[in-house]
Design a protein around this ligand. Structure first.
Ligand SMILES: *Cc1c(COP(=O)(O)O)cnc(C)c1O
Length: 386
């Protein structure tokens, strides 16, 4: 086989032919009119994707981790307090970053596969004085989906800025910054936004920009400072070039095409498609006797599934599935890494790709010596898809 496997990991994800085509045009400069138009359109489209008409978008070269650090570096300074709603690996990461940038960090934690309750979070908020509350919308290490809207409401009531790690959710899960009162959301190009890896994306509300302006200490990173990037984003959005650091021209061309496809489908339809595919996937896993990592059904994300290996099956499953043409991922959460695997179903994934993936997982389970009713997963998904 010369084509790579179907890429069903929780990012990077497979690209549409239109996105691929945008990557394979001759190299343009960052002052090229075609590029300027695409960058302007990318910034405008991001406001639509995030339902954030008043937010300031930033697109910078780097991964989601860079966008995470951009949020942290600009919002906190030594002496600030931050509350982390901790749902796993990526919540730990933002906690560490907040500390590195001088914040005093409190974590509200839960078992892997679970979320702290709203009461737990409220109790912590009441202890007072938090400048920011961070939420991992979908924790990619456990497949847990956090109730951003409810958490944001609590944070607002206690005067904290709401920061959402939307790296595994934006473009797949419902996420409406303005209406929900989210101050900063960030993501990366390679997950549900459907572009190649290499871009960090961040949107900041007017309130977040005010908080940044009100800092008394400089941002402890030149590359991440809003002060360097704000004039660049404003210029490109208005159709004029401006230089601080060379933009990833080709990736932005590709992201613009992907965002265009996303908005052509409409966010509403796209979220509905992710829900329907996730529902079908869950029906399949259940029919195969596979247990999700999420402790309660309402906690499960729609962009990926995280499943415990059944008795007798181990990480060898991932290789057996790959041998059947589909790439899935192993575990990520350090405490339970070896006990589960993950299947991404986000971006342009359709029913056909999902069914192919379920069939490959069945082949992999069979090769791992697991006993089950072959075809049961595919049949259950077919029924759920209607
Ligand atoms: C992937 C991911 C990140 C990190 O993004 P990178 O692009 O790998 O740096 C952060 N948070 C979440 C929830 C993610 O899924």
């Amino acid at each position: 086989m010369t084509d790579p496997n179907l890429l069903m990991i929780p990012g990077p994800i497979g690209l549409t032919p239109q996105v691929l085509a945008a990557l394979s045009t001759p190299q343009r400069g960052h002052l090229d009119p075609v590029f300027m138009k695409a960058f302007s359109s990318t910034l405008k489209r991001l406001r639509d994707v995030f339902a954030a008409p008043t937010a300031q978008p930033f697109v910078v070269s780097g991964s989601g981790t860079l966008a995470m650090e951009m949020a942290v570096a600009n919002l906190v300074q030594p002496g600030d307090r931050a509350l982390v709603v901790n749902s796993g690996y990526f919540s730990d990461r933002i906690g560490k970053m907040l500390e590195l940038h001088g914040a005093t960090v409190t974590h509200v934690r839960a078992e892997p596969g679970d979320l702290p309750t709203l009461d737990d979070v409220e109790r912590a908020l009441k202890s007072g004085g938090f400048k920011v509350l961070t939420i991992t919308h979908v924790d990619t290490s456990t497949g847990v989906l956090a109730p951003v809207q409810s958490l944001a409401k609590l944070a607002k009531a206690h005067g904290a800025l709401v920061v959402v790690d939307g790296v595994c959710s934006a473009g797949g899960e419902a996420l409406e910054l303005d209406v929900w009162g989210v101050d900063v959301a960030f993501t990366a190009s390679q997950k549900a936004l459907g572009a190649p890896p290499g871009l960090g994306v961040l949107l900041a509300s007017p309130k977040a920009m005010e908080a940044w302006k009100a800092r008394t200490r400089p941002v402890a990173s030149m590359y991440l400072d809003f002060a360097e990037w704000l004039p660049i984003m404003q210029a490109y959005e208005a159709g004029a070039p401006s230089y601080f650091a060379t933009p990833a021209v080709n990736l932005i061309l590709a992201l613009d095409v992907s965002l265009g496809q996303l908005l052509d489908e409409s966010m509403c339809q796209r979220v509905a498609r992710h829900v329907s595919l996730a529902t079908a996937a869950r029906a399949a896993w259940s029919a195969l006797g596979l247990t999700p990592l999420t402790k309660r059904p309402g906690l499960a994300a729609h962009t990926l599934s995280a499943l415990t290996y059944p008795a007798g099956v181990d990480a060898g499953l991932v290789k057996h599935v790959a041998a059947n043409g589909v790439n899935i991922a192993g575990g990520l959460h350090p405490a339970i890494k070896a006990t589960y695997f993950r299947v991404g179903h986000m971006g342009s994934t359709d029913a056909g790709a999902l069914l192919t993936t379920i069939a490959a997982v069945e082949r992999g389970l069979k090769a791992s010596g697991y006993r089950f009713d072959a075809g049961a997963g595919v049949a259950a998904a077919q029924r759920a898809l209607g």
